[in-house]
Design a protein around this ligand. Structure first.
Ligand code: PRX
Length: 629
């Protein structure tokens, strides 16, 4: 059958479609019903079925491939390389699970992970899945204030962390940031489990901090049976940014997620058991959850966990790994490719990439020059795919496991099976025809694998995602899109205040709040500005309480550095604005709303749009002058 017919069937005959896909995973007890949609927009998938993500990722493969690689850890930061077979991974995960249990973690408890890209991070995620604890991984690049808000919201029983990470050869201590975050948070975890890599010396907190090596040694022969979970129990929470400064805990289920990932491995990524999957993301992001940890393992593939940058020890490292481990599937972000584009092209032809079936790219718009360059350079198909933390797996791409639909440059492709995608008018909710710009929306129920709700806040889930478009209960992606005559979609950027810096999703409001906490700052606005390398960068405009303190160029530079240091310390270097400009006032409407879109347009040298509601037209002119200075 052709792809379009299969997509149609996945919507029109939803239950039958997903019942078939559900056969791709192991169920301990079969589900009674495919979907319960009695309480829109909340969807419950595979009601009554019991399963387990860890079982599907590891135990299920033991009879056929116990001695084949499961986790391939490569660190170009610490010069380590180690392969864990499925049997070894099984043992390590049980040691971690037994250690967690000994610290009082049980089913439904939250375990927060603040970890670098080391095998123990993967063990900890899978151990939580095994015992029914809910993990919440916080990206290691976030600093204490970001971390504190997540600790407070998830209220973890246990935090698993490490002494430090390393990036570009520079050690990044984690422990001081974690200690500060726990100090800031109203919720205090009972225990902190520390993996000591001996990178960054630290003082354990007596009675709270436990050493993983010591605990692991006590549980070397641990046998921790899988806890069978009802399909709709929570597997994990992953925080992401939105319009407000408060991060949202995207909550995911067990059964629906396992089925969605297993199906995507087959239909989208075309990966087979026994092969190797190489995803260059980080476990702190959704791509890492779905396609470093769970997806490949559920698909019986070995997965590469890479700690390092695309440039060290040399710009050929990613391709060298593809060759060495004969990766058949690779997943990265456009920014990584743009970084490589600046290097000597011979690095790309040095290695044998014949094992690679396709390179998948996601997380930010894939520009045409980058797409063409990489396709020519590696001579392999490039597959753009568009999705979100909220959905857990691609919304738009091409399903080459079903049909070899041609890709189209600049387009991530077409709606994936299960997603009833529409383009809607932002103001009226009316459907928009081909070649017109609208909001990308999904008619619920969202397919398996997508978020269940916002952790602890059903109302926020409904209000945020399902009420932004008038008069229709539809899920808004908060992305602008356009569809051509053949049904290919193109993504044109966010409708809200989320920006995408090097594939990292950030909320401008969080950055604004952080900048405003600097004692000299009265108010500020942060916008995303197009950047040829990172896609977008954050640019800040701050109004000072006392403008005279930034009267000279020297003073301005010093203050700019001080403001950036506040963001580094509170949120992490990922959120640091590229520039902080000091201005006399911010362009606002007469009702006091900051005109962020106009500021952004000015920064990008575009027309600022309709300015009839602006309070003081001089503000925008002054802002232009400041940027020129
Ligand atoms: O704006 C879209 C952009 O990244 C957002 C989601 O980011 P995150 O939650 O971190 O999930 C990333 C999962 C891949 C989207 O709302 N985005 C993601 N993929 C693409 C994209 N924009 C254009 N093209 C893409 N392929």
């Amino acid at each position: 059958m052709d792809y379009r017919s299969i997509h149609r069937r996945s919507i029109d005959d939803r239950d039958a479609f997903w019942a078939e896909e559900a056969r791709r995973i192991h169920w301990n007890t079969p589900f009674e019903r495919v979907l319960d949609y009695s309480r829109p927009p909340f969807a419950r998938w595979f009601i009554g079925g019991t399963t387990n993500l860890c079982h599907n990722a590891i135990d299920r493969w033991l009879p056929t491939q116990a001695d084949r690689p499961a986790l391939i850890y490569v660190s170009t930061e610490t010069d380590e390389e180690r392969t864990f077979t499925f049997a070894e991974l099984h043992r390590e995960v049980q040691r971690m699970a037994a250690s967690m249990t000994s610290l009082g973690v049980g089913r439904g408890d939250r375990v927060l992970l603040y970890m670098p890209m080391i095998p123990e991070a993967t063990f900890a995620m899978l151990a939580c899945a095994r015992i029914g604890a809910i993990h919440s991984v916080v990206f290691g690049g976030f600093a204490s204030v970001s971390l504190a808000s997540r600790i407070e919201d998830a209220a973890p029983t246990l935090i698993v962390s490490a002494d430090g990470g390393s990036r570009g050869g520079k050690v990044v201590p984690y422990k001081p940031l974690l200690d500060e975050a726990i100090r800031l948070s109203a919720h205090k975890p009972g225990k902190v489990l520390m993996v000591d890599r001996r990178l960054a010396p630290f003082e354990p907190v007596a009675g709270r901090d436990e050493d993983y090596a010591t605990l692991r040694a006590k549980h070397l022969d641990a046998q921790v049976p899988v806890t069978w979970l009802e399909s709709n129990e929570t597997s994990y929470i992953l925080y992401t940014s939105g319009t407000t400064g408060r991060p949202k805990g995207v909550q995911r289920d067990v059964g629906g997620y396992a089925v969605a990932l297993a199906a995507s491995m087959k239909h989208i990524f075309c990966g087979n058991p026994g092969e190797t999957y190489f995803c260059t993301s980080d476990i702190g992001w959704v791509v890492g959850h779905s396609y470093i940890v769970y997806g490949p393992l559920i698909g019986g593939m070995a997965t590469i966990l890479y700690e390092g940058t695309p440039l060290r020890p040399d710009p050929g490292i990613l391709w060298q790994l593809v060759e060495r481990y004969k990766a058949t599937v690779m997943f990265s972000a456009p920014t990584a490719i743009r970084v490589l584009k600046k290097q000597d092209p011979s690095w790309l032809t040095k290695y044998d990439l014949s094992s690679l079936r396709a390179l998948f790219l996601a997380g930010e718009p894939l520009d045409e020059p980058t797409s063409k360059w990489i396709a020519d350079a590696i001579g392999r198909p490039i597959v753009d795919n568009y999705w979100q933390t909220e959905t857990g797996w691609p919304i738009l791409t091409v399903a080459h496991g079903i049909e070899k639909t041609p890709t189209r440059i600049g387009s991530p492709g077409m709606p994936m099976y299960g997603y009833d995608v529409r383009l809607l008018d932002e103001r009226t909710g009316a459907e928009i025809g081909a070649n017109e710009k609208g909001v990308v929306a999904i008619v619920p129920p969202l397919p398996p694998g997508c978020m269940q709700t916002v952790w602890g806040d059903d109302k926020r889930f409904v209000d945020t995602y399902f009420k932004s478009i008038p008069d229709r209960l539809v899920y808004s992606t908060f992305d602008w899109g356009i569809r051509d005559d053949d049904g290919y979609y193109f993504i044109l950027g966010r409708t809200d205040d989320v920006i995408n810096v090097a594939g990292h999703r950030l909320g401008t409001r969080e950055i604004e709040e952080s900048i405003s906490s600097h004692p000299a700052v009265a108010e500020c606005a942060v916008v995303g500005v197009a950047d040829s390398l990172k896609g977008q960068v954050a640019v800040a405009f701050a109004v000072l309480k006392d403008p005279s303190i930034a009267a000279t160029q020297d003073a301005r530079l010093k203050l700019e550095g001080a403001v950036m240091a506040v963001v580094d310390k509170q949120l992490g270097a990922v959120a640091r604005p590229a520039r902080v400009h000091f201005v006399g006032l911010l362009p606002k409407t007469r009702s006091g709303k900051v005109l962020r879109r106009s500021i952004q347009a000015v920064c990008e040298g575009r027309d600022p749009g309709d300015l009839t509601t602006i309070e003081d037209p001089q503000a925008l002119e002054a802002l232009k002058q400041t940027m020129k200075a």
